[in-house]
Ligand binder design. Structure first.
Ligand code: SF4
Length: 304
């Protein structure tokens, strides 16, 4: 089947199944192109929850489909590639987190949404890369346990006077970007702004003109009068950045910024999922309810 025929068949099945197609900002271009909604992991789940769709097709990785299931328990959540996981989310286990909690009794656990539903369920509050500083600073406690991303944790700690107990997790994709590579690129393009994700190593973040979430990056690059940007996050973000800013140039800071898990989902996989209505991701109620509590606490914090 040709790509155009596959797309047509996907659209037909989406209508037939009353399904909404979500694509994370790091997905392949052709997947973002056909999606009903593109965005970051939590934003997508929140948007999908608002729709009347009975089926959510989540083009992303496993923890994202779990978040969709947590927020929309009445909908069927399909993850076209069940093998699309997140190595950073897998770095923290419930048992390990409970041990860390036992070492710091009474200290609240702030968990990045890039984590399993089971880990969220034993956490006090969740955060995204966009609101992590606000979430941490909203807590009355003087100490926090931050999991699983040590890089995001250190980024937040610089903007907080609390004591942090980090989980030693990281995103292997963002960690591959090295400070010397960025420094060289900045020398080659002195007019360019370097924008990176706080999942990057602190030595890389230190070189950034702006460090922010993927949604923050779209916003920053759109508003900025600069014409050239060096981008320090997963390559998939370039698709929308270039579409939204045809007069600006975007340089990926390193060809290593490709997450293999985010690139697994193809148009064929989406078609297969819609045809067979599988694989389904469903978070069991005993995990969903406490995990949702941690997400709800975060959502309750007022935005600026
Ligand atoms: S880019 Fe990093 S955090 Fe995102 S899914 Fe890939 S490994 Fe996980």
């Amino acid at each position: 089947m040709q790509a155009e025929d596959i797309k047509q068949e996907i659209r037909r099945l989406l209508a037939e199944r009353n399904a909404v197609l979500l694509a994370h900002n790091y997905m392949r271009d052709e997947v973002q192109e056909i999606a009903d909604i593109t965005g970051d992991s939590l934003g997508l789940s929140q948007e999908a929850a608002k729709t009347n769709a009975e089926v959510i097709v989540f083009c992303g990785v496993h923890f994202m489909a779990e978040s969709a299931s947590i927020l929309s328990p009445g909908k069927t959540v399909l993850l076209p590639r069940l093998d699309a996981g997140c190595p950073m989310a897998d770095m923290v286990t419930v048992e390990g987190l409970l041990e860390l909690k036992a070492k710091h009794p009474g200290v609240p656990v702030v968990t990045y949404v890039n984590s399993s539903a089971a880990v969220k369920a034993v956490s006090d509050i969740c955060c995204t890369s966009a609101n992590a500083v606000k979430v941490v600073n909203s807590l009355p406690d003087r100490e926090v346990i931050f999991v699983p991303d040590r890089n995001l944790g250190q980024f937040v700690a610089k903007q907080s006077d609390k004591t942090f107990h980090y989980w030693d997790g990281y995103c292997p994709t963002h960690e591959r970007l090295k400070a010397d590579v960025v420094a060289r690129l900045k020398e080659q393009h002195p007019d360019a702004l370097f924008v990176c994700h706080p999942e990057c190593n602190p030595s890389v973040v230190a070189l950034a003109d702006h460090a922010c979430s993927t949604s923050g990056m779209y916003d920053f690059c759109r508003r900025s009068p600069a014409k050239r940007f060096i981008i320090g996050t997963e390559a998939g973000i370039l698709y929308r950045l270039r579409q939204e800013n045809p007069d600006k140039e975007f340089i990926l800071a390193s060809p290593a910024l490709v997450c293999p898990n985010m690139k697994l989902t193809s148009l064929e996989d989406i078609l297969e999922a819609l045809t067979t209505m599988a694989p389904v991701v469903k978070v069991p109620e005993e995990i969903r309810v406490p995990a949702k509590r941690a997400l709800d606490r975060m959502i309750a914090i007022p935005r600026d």
